[in-house]
Ligand binder design. Structure first.
Ligand code: GAP
Length: 446
């Protein structure tokens, strides 16, 4: 059953602690657009860095790319988005609200007298469904006529397809090889929601792997395995991850086969990444619409062909939400509720809090010096206000895995305590070894 209270708690914690804010909040907010605060930006950056490292830096067969958001309008004709990236939409003539035609809250058939608006309850006020394109349109140059229409990209993938020969030739790669990209995408979703799960502006982490036709299913299998392993490596609870295979009508127009990696959110099992065997759909369409040959020449076998593509497509915001939902827990400690974000240390926005036990006896000076040394190597936070227990709790709620406390012993034997967020156990470590100790712990992440 959906646990809406957990989502409410997460949204409130995210605002209170500076993970995520509503966009343009002082003007009443902008529907399903969110801003990342100081902790959220670090969390999402850690997600993107880990993805980039796994996909680009750790492999010889994948190159990076950063294509522009605005592209030639014909790209979206070739990709099928102008004709087919649509949802069926109905309007209520009475209250002017808009719904997807298949919204389960609608009673009756839209367009018929029996249909009832789920917001104002009026019968017969819902229009016939009409197809609504999800791409945001804008105009290039000073004249707002149809010749100048451009779209905000609804996926990053197309920037990779149209650059595939440029990357291939400039990097001297050979098939099989891939191109990876992280970037913003925009969709005018009709039913956005669930916080940062479905938004109108979001970030994708997409990789397109170009293979010889006939080897595509084999690569598809490998990529499925590697991508699931990556999500496990973030420290997510394995029982909350599963595969969902697209069958029949669920398959997108471009896909020969598709699987989603789903996570069990408080609002149910939902997709966080899609892995698709796209065949030669994309390159053959771009070849046709651009009039440019996009074939690959395999010198070794003296063969020309259009490569098939295996795509892995994840949302950085969805992965961030997954990490937040997976990490959130409440515990009873000494009669009080302790809220913890149990992030894996490698993902945590702040790695260590640094605290002088009290603001006297040279402790602040020692703690400040240690903090300045540590922050050159790790993200740290210095806090000297309030009781030490309160300071630990504040860091627990931010997901900080380690607390480093300078106390009375530090001046005599040059050791500090290191408190572990999850076990709340403390151990003494020499001041000179703190950075090394913390880095070892963090790097223990697979
Ligand atoms: N190029 C293929 C593609 O874009 P998709 O299944 O539409 O496929 C891939 O999107 C991923 O992008 C999803 O698994 C999700 O993580 C993310 N995503 C898609 N729409 C989103 C939205 N409105 N808000 C946040 N993330 C979204």
């Amino acid at each position: 059953m959906a646990d809406t209270s957990l989502m409410d708690k997460l949204v409130s914690l995210c605002k209170r602690r500076g993970f995520v804010f509503q966009s343009s909040e002082i003007y009443g907010g902008l529907g399903s657009v969110w801003d990342y605060g100081p902790l959220g930006v670090e969390l999402k950056k850690n997600v993107k860095d880990r993805w980039w490292n796994a996909m680009v830096h750790a492999r010889d067969d994948i190159e990076g790319l950063d294509a522009a958001i605005l592209m030639h309008p014909k790209v979206w004709e070739a990709s099928g988005h102008v004709a087919g990236f649509t949802d069926p939409l109905v309007d209520c003539r009475q209250c002017k609200n808009r719904f997807r035609a298949d919204d389960p809250k609608i009673k009756g058939t839209p367009g018929q007298p029996d249909a009832q608006c789920p917001v104002c309850g009026t019968r017969g006020s819902l229009t016939e469904p009409r197809m609504f394109n999800l791409m945001f349109k804008t105009f290039m140059g000073p004249v707002e006529d149809s010749a100048a229409v451009v779209y905000l990209r609804p996926e990053t993938a197309q920037g990779i397809y149209v650059n595939y020969l440029n990357v291939l030739q400039s990097s001297r790669q050979r098939i099989p090889f891939g191109i990876a990209q992280i970037g913003k995408a925009f969709r005018n979703e009709i039913t956005p929601g669930n916080f940062i799960f479905r938004t109108r502006e979001f970030e994708q982490m997409e990789m397109q792997f170009f293979v010889q036709p006939g080897t595509d299913q084999e690569w598809f299998g490998r990529w499925r395995e590697w991508r699931m392993a990556w999500h496990h490596s973030l420290g997510l609870k394995p029982a909350r991850l599963q595969w969902h295979q697209h069958a029949g009508s669920e398959l997108a127009h471009y896909a020969r086969a598709a699987y989603d990696i789903q996570y069990q959110f408080p609002f149910g099992w939902q997709e966080i990444e899609g892995i698709h065997n796209r065949g030669d759909f994309d390159l053959s369409r771009h070849q046709e619409y651009s009039g440019k040959k996009l074939e690959y020449f395999d010198q070794a076998n003296n063969q020309r062909y259009l490569p098939y593509i295996v795509e892995t497509s994840a949302g950085a915001d969805r992965v961030a939400l997954t990490l937040l939902a997976d990490a959130y827990r409440e515990e009873q400690v000494e009669g009080e509720t302790r809220v913890v974000l149990g992030f894996h240390p490698g993902i945590a926005p702040i790695k260590a809090g640094v605290f002088p036990l009290v603001k006297k006896d040279g402790m602040p000076e020692l703690a400040t010096a240690l903090y300045h040394d540590l922050r050159k190597q790790l993200t740290c936070f210095y806090d000297d206000s309030g009781a030490i227990g309160r300071r630990y709790r504040r860091m627990d709620e931010a997901g900080t895995p380690y607390g480093v406390t300078v106390d009375g012993e530090t001046t005599t034997n040059r050791t500090v305590t290191i408190r572990h967020r999850d076990s709340m156990q403390q151990e003494r470590v020499e001041v000179s070894r703190v950075a090394e100790y913390l880095k070892q712990q963090i790097n223990a992440m697979p």
